[in-house]
Design a protein around this ligand. Structure first.
Ligand code: BGC
Length: 359
C-alpha cells in the first residue's frame, strides 16, 4: 500500500525524492526520518506546585539547550483548557517533539492526535497519556511499584516507631485526574489490604476506597482539612499510628494536622524527596519518602528525543501499557525509599540534598 501511495504521489505531483523511512516501532506517520538538530522541543507541564515539576522545568531548559535544541516550556496551573492551548501553541510553533506531563490523563486526546497528524512525536512525562492514539511513549517511574514502596515504608515505620500492633492508620490518595494517583493507591493497597483483613491494621474511619481518600488537585490544604476532620471525628480518644500519604506536600500537611491536634507524629510515607521533607526526615519529623530523581527522568526523555532527531525512532523497551486505546511503550525507572537511615547513601550524588543532611 505504501508503494502504491508513493508512486501515485510521484505521478500526480511529479515528485522524485526518495521516501523517508519509517521506524518499525513508531506510532508516528509523518516525522519518521529524524529532524533538524536545532529543532523546537515543546515541554508541557501540569503545574509547578511540587518540587519535581519545578526541577523538570529548569532541567529541561538547561539540558535541551545543552543538546542544541530550542526548548519551549510551559506549565498549566492545573487547568486543562490552559494545557490544551499551550500544546496547540507548541504545534503552531513548529515543535518536532512535545513532552507532556498531563493534568488529566484523559483530557488531551484531541490535541495530541492533532499533534500526531502534524508529524510531531508525543512523549508522556512522569504520567501516562490515556485514551488517545496521540502518544509514542511514556517516561516514568513505576507507579504501582511506587505505591508498594510507600506502603512497605509505612509498615517499617510503624514497627520502628509505634511498638507492637495492631495499629490505627488512615489512607490518603493523590489527585484523581492524575493517572499516577490510582496506581500509587492500588500498589499500596496490595500491601496493606491483607494486614487490614487480618486485623494488624485498622482504618478507624473506614474510608478505604480511592475516591474517599483522594486529594483533589493534589492540594495540600485539602488533605490537611480532611486530616483535621478525621482526627476530630474518629480520634478524640484514640492514637493515630500511621498514615499512607501519596507525596511529600500532603505528608507535611498531615503531620502538621496531627501536631495541631496534640497527636504524636505518625509513621508516614511520602514521595518526591522534596527539600523540606529531607529536612523533616533528618530531624525525625517525617518517617519516609520515595525518591524519583527528576534528573534521571529528564535525561531519559532527552535520550529518546536525540534518538528521534537522528531518525532512529523510539528506543526499544520491555514495558508496554495499554492506555485505553493503544499499547504504549513505557520507559520505566525504579523509585527508591528514603528514610533517615539511608538518606546519605541515596543522595550521595545529589549535592543539593546532601547539604540538607548536615550533622
Ligand atoms: C508525580 C509526583 C507529584 C504529584 C503532584 C505526580 O504525578 O509523580 O511526583 O508529587 O504528581 O504534583
Amino acid at each position: 500500500a505504501l508503494v502504491m501511495v508513493l508512486s501515485m504521489t510521484a505521478c500526480g505531483g511529479g515528485r522524485t525524492e526518495a521516501p523517508e523511512t519509517k521506524p518499525a516501532d513508531s506510532n508516528n506517520e509523518v516525522a519518521n526520518g529524524g529532524f533538524e538538530e536545532g529543532a523546537v522541543i515543546g515541554v508541557s507541564l501540569p503545574w509547578l506546585g511540587t518540587q519535581n515539576w519545578k526541577e523538570a522545568e529548569e532541567m529541561f531548559k538547561t539540558e535541551l539547550e545543552a543538546a542544541g535544541f530550542k526548548p519551549l516550556i510551559q506549565a498549566a496551573d492545573n487547568k486543562v483548557p490552559q494545557q490544551q492551548q499551550q500544546i496547540e501553541s507548541m504545534i503552531q510553533n513548529g515543535a518536532k517533539v512535545i513532552v507532556v506531563g498531563p493534568i488529566d490523563g484523559t483530557q488531551l486526546g484531541a490535541v495530541l492526535e492533532q499533534a500526531k497528524a502534524e508529524g510531531i512525536y508525543v512523549i508522556g512525562y512522569d504520567r501516562l497519556l490515556e485514551n488517545t492514539t496521540g502518544v509514542d511513549g511514556v517516561v516514568q517511574f513505576g507507579s504501582v511499584k511506587t505505591g508498594e514502596l510507600q506502603a512497605q515504608a509505612l509498615l517499617d515505620g510503624l514497627k520502628e516507631m509505634k511498638g507492637e500492633g495492631p495499629w490505627n492508620i488512615e489512607l490518603f490518595g493523590g489527585g484523581p485526574a492524575d493517572p499516577n494517583a490510582p496506581n500509587f493507591f492500588k500498589g499500596a493497597m496490595s500491601v496493606l489490604q491483607p494486614l487490614i483483613d487480618d486485623g494488624t491494621l485498622t482504618v478507624v474511619s473506614g474510608q478505604m476506597d480511592f475516591t474517599q481518600c483522594a486529594t483533589m488537585d493534589w492540594d495540600n490544604s485539602k488533605a490537611q482539612a480532611r486530616m483535621d476532620s478525621l482526627l476530630s471525628g474518629f480520634y478524640a480518644d484514640k492514637e493515630i499510628h500511621g498514615v499512607l500519604s501519596p507525596n511529600d506536600g500532603i505528608a507535611r500537611a498531615i503531620i502538621t494536622s496531627c501536631e495541631q491536634a496534640g497527636q504524636e507524629i505518625p509513621a508516614i510515607s511520602g514521595l518526591d524527596a522534596e527539600n523540606e521533607t529531607i529536612e523533616w526526615i533528618w530531624a525525625g519529623r517525617q518517617y519516609s519518602t520515595v525518591a524519583k530523581p527528576t534528573d534521571a527522568l529528564v535525561a531519559q526523555t532527552i535520550e529518546i528525543i536525540k534518538s528521534l532527531q537522528a531518525g532512529n525512532g523510539m528506543p526499544a523497551t520491555d514495558v508496554i501499557v495499554n492506555n485505553g486505546k493503544i499499547d504504549v511503550a513505557v520507559y520505566e525507572l525504579p523509585p527508591v525509599v528514603v528514610t533517615k537511615d539511608n538518606a546519605k547513601e541515596v543522595f550521595a550524588n545529589d549535592p543539593g540534598r546532601m547539604a540538607l543532611l548536615a550533622d
